[in-house]
Ligand binder design. Sequence first.
Ligand code: MG
Length: 248
Amino acid sequence: MASNLGYDDTPVLPGSQYKVHDGNRPQPRVINPGTSSNQEAAGRPSSDATVLFDGSSLTGWASSNDGSAAQWKLEGGFMEVVPGTGNIQTKEQLPDCQLHLEWAAPIEVKGESQGRGNSGVFLMALYEIQVLDCYDNPTYPDGTTAAIYGQFPPLVNACREPGEWQTYDILWEGPRFNGDKLVRPAYVTVLHNGIVVHNHTELIGPTTHRQILQYAPQPPAGPLMLQDHGDLVRYRNIWCRPLKGYDE
Ligand code: MG
């Protein structure tokens, strides 16, 4: 059926059922994109986001050790690591997604290298985007702030000063398996404070300390895990949106 929004005398696009400027192509869903954060307050998530942490409750999170209630400290609009209580993770299983989160390293600067404001954002609880205070704090490059830990340094060091809120915006595509066989590795794009630090980077496998790990079969969705590395790192405003194709 012809549409007065576009053209029907144009060529069909390769790999598509639609023509150039096809007015019958589905319109993008309308969403409200929310608002940006500033140092004083977290912004509002996109209207179609799954909110994982809005600063008011830890009910969506559990201890990674045993699934019991998350023991991190809940304060005015953020959570903070309670050293020794262990990593925490979402009860929600995240598919391939756009993930937004904000974190702050302790204002009190102590320790150096990996000992300063260490935490981590683990996609599928296996693939770490490093959280570390690398403002005037060198460490091994593949372990610096926003590194894909043990694999790829960030393209630049975009750290803000300790105590300031910083953002990670992550596009995550998890690995896919056919039985035991890897058919697609994981890819990640990361923006640190709005700056691209990884651009559709192919992960070697799960991340770890001092070793190289191989992919092992896993489901296409998994929890988001935050690391207790003994430092008083804070998090706020965590949300995600499934990554979908054009016609979904
Ligand atoms: Mg870490």
